[in-house]
Design a protein. Structure first.
Length: 320
């Protein structure tokens, strides 16, 4: 039997890890779980502060696997030498997909009713992340004694609040003979069950003019023609708050007719009470005044959603 040289064996393993990414929405396995009220003490209700409720959600919450990513460490990642003189060696030696080596599952959580306002990654927990051979995929404690949170720090919430997408990450790879990945944990979700509309009539769309209605208060910080696209007017609004409770913004003519508008960008800076949010809208009409309507989530509450999912590599069409 002919032995495989170490270099070829390493390259083969890297090539396998580079090619091993699977994703599916139609055939991914699901876990159905029940939401329970958060154990965090109830706070005094305000327009922007969610409070825990005394009853669990009546319907189950679905957690679905969207994708699996496996990335092996690059054999030359530590070298960093420019061997060819063209500056591309670092790209060649980088881990596959330019991602952190390890295992990652992409999941989506869909509450049966209401809207998702936020996923609190700090309060959420992952108790189990392992392969079906019992090997933990979670990161070990760092030199400072604290492991990195396995839930990625940038969840994506659907525009209508119907779902939240997030990643569970581990620094370890499954065993060579593993056929499935298992994850169990609890998500701290901030939910809302209703909406209310607040409007600023006759708002002046000029720099430094105030825009406020209900719990939302801000000002116009930019107005002008957009750099590209067919929009007639671009308006930037700035708010000294996180706006987690904001479900949408609409623009109306003084007569109450809707002005076609789309949000072209959004940026949030700062932490806690020092947060600033900037939102840019492209309007189909050039107007000097408009009624600005803020659709705001109401009946905010926090719930803990325990979940458990198991998925294999067969996420493609026809997988079981």
């Amino acid at each position: 039997m002919t032995s495989i040289p170490p270099v070829r064996r390493t390259c083969a393993l890297l090539a396998l890890s580079v090619g091993l990414v699977v994703a599916s929405t139609a055939c991914a396995q699901r876990a159905v779980v029940a939401a329970t009220p958060s154990a965090r003490p109830a706070e005094r209700p305000t327009a922007a502060t969610p409070t825990a409720t005394s009853s669990a959600a009546a319907a189950p919450v679905a957690v679905q696997v969207l994708g699996l990513r496996l990335v092996a460490p690059s054999p030359n990642a530590a070298g960093g030498a420019d061997r060819g003189g063209d500056g591309k060696d670092k790209e060649v030696d980088a881990p596959a997909f330019f991602a952190t080596p390890g295992t990652a599952l992409v999941l989506v959580c869909r509450p049966p009713e209401g809207g998702v306002i936020a996923l609190d990654t700090d309060a959420s927990t992952i108790a189990v992340f392992r392969d079906d051979r019992g090997n933990s995929l979670l990161a070990s404690a760092s030199k400072r004694g604290r492991a990195k949170s396995p839930i990625g720090g940038f969840p994506v919430i659907a525009g209508d609040g119907s779902a939240v997408r997030f990643e569970v990450e581990g620094s370890q790879l499954p065993a060579a003979d593993a056929t499935a990945i298992e994850v169990e944990g609890s998500l701290r979700l901030r939910l809302a069950s209703g909406k209310a509309s607040h409007q600023h009539d006759g708002a002046i769309l000029a720099v430094q003019q105030p825009i406020s209605a209900g719990p939302i208060a801000g000002k116009v910080t930019k107005v002008g023609a957009p750099e590209w696209g067919d929009a007639k007017l671009q308006v930037e609004l700035t708010f000294p708050m996180a706006l987690e409770q904001l479900a949408g913004v609409r623009f109306l003519t003084p007569e109450g007719k809707a002005i076609k508008a789309s949000q072209s960008s959004s940026m949030r800076m700062g932490i806690g009470a020092k947060t600033t949010t900037k939102m840019t809208f492209d309007l189909a009409a050039k107007v000097e005044r408009a009624t600005v309507v803020f659709d705001v989530w109401t009946d905010l509450r926090e719930v803990d959603v325990p979940f458990a999912v198991s998925t294999g590599l067969g996420l493609g069409r026809g997988a079981r």
